[in-house]
Design a protein around this ligand. Structure first.
Ligand SMILES: [Zn+2]
Length: 315
């Protein structure tokens, strides 16, 4: 079981506010109603290989490269997995075992993404580079960092769980969480608005799949996956025609809204490149005392992890 983590690319001030809303009250009455909505699909991974037009996995990957950083320094968001509770509580990712990469694509060459890969993650950096590259650039540009770790907990950040090889829908789901914030007004998630919830609860008679019932944020992220398919692969209304009781129009309120919101982001135009600049560098800290001892932590502070809780690391 592996999970990916994609960090928003926001200045700290705006990062804290929207992320604070991610911890929704599970007793929220609207979520209780959401949970009762019928699911149209059994899962959205069908969009990865959908015939006859091919699926999201067939999206083009821009050329690019990845380059490993020297061992010793690590992004703050990657060091925290050294001591967090994990899937089976026996696997940890010591900071010393994290590979850090700059990952760049030719459609946004000046703004590389930082990727962390724990040495015991099954996914290779090559695969991460390839799969993440399928996300259209105007969506990909909102992600500044990705990590692959043997962990399913994401500690308030956006995350996904499960096998993630050649699963473009999985990356798009993650991107959907950041677009939920980006496309909202004044730092408020689209899915936290009454407008969004009314569209689902009062207009629609189904939701994309069972996971779309988990929370309003998951609901928006799953709609984003289908909207991306619509914009990049095949018209969704043609693919699943029919009325609200037979076709995908049972989710028309939320899905059309997502399609409209994401048109400029997902629709491919020749020569398209990123159109925003990162707001600041990823913050690095020292991997640990061993790296400090070897003189590889110049200019960065120590992390604040509790080394007594890190297993399998040099003493
Ligand atoms: Zn999610």
């Amino acid at each position: 079981m592996f999970s990916f983590f994609l960090a928003f690319n926001f200045p700290l001030a705006t990062l804290l506010s929207p992320l604070g809303t991610l911890a929704q009250d599970p007793r929220d009455a609207t979520v209780l109603r959401l949970e009762k909505m019928p699911a149209f699909f059994s899962g959205l991974n069908i969009f990865n290989t959908e015939e006859p037009c091919g699926g999201l996995n067939g999206l083009c990957v821009p050329r690019g490269y990845y380059q490993r950083h020297q061992w010793g320094k690590i992004p703050v968001f990657c060091v925290e997995n050294a001591t967090k509770p994990l899937v089976n509580e026996t696997t940890y990712c010591s900071p010393y075992d994290v590979e850090v990469y700059n990952v760049s694509y030719d459609d946004c060459p000046d703004h590389p993404v930082t990727m962390c890969r724990c040495q015991n993650a099954s996914v290779s950096i090559s695969q991460m580079h390839h799969d993440f590259g399928k996300v259209p650039v105007r969506a990909r540009q909102w992600i500044r960092a990705v990590k692959a770790i043997p962990d399913q907990s994401c500690n308030g950040h956006i995350c996904i769980n499960g096998p993630c090889l050649s699963s473009t829908s999985v990356y798009l789901h993650e991107v959907g969480h950041s677009l939920d914030v980006v496309l909202g007004s004044q730092g408020r998630c689209v899915s936290d608005t009454d407008e969004w919830r009314d569209a689902v609860l009062n207009n629609d008679t189904c939701v994309p799949d069972g996971y779309s019932e988990a929370s309003w944020h998951e609901n928006f992220a799953q709609n984003t996956v289908i909207a991306a398919y619509h914009h990049t692969v095949r018209n969704i209304w043609d693919a699943y025609p029919g009325n609200a009781s037979t076709g995908i129009s049972c989710m028309k309120g939320a899905l059309q809204k997502t399609i409209d919101l994401t048109r400029e982001i997902f629709v491919y135009k020749k020569g398209m490149s990123c159109d925003r600049t990162w707001t600041g560098p990823v913050t690095f800290v020292c991997m640990g005392p061993e790296a400090r001892k070897q003189g590889l932590c110049e200019g960065v502070e120590d992390s604040n992890i509790d080394w007594a809780k890190v297993t399998g690391t040099p003493v």
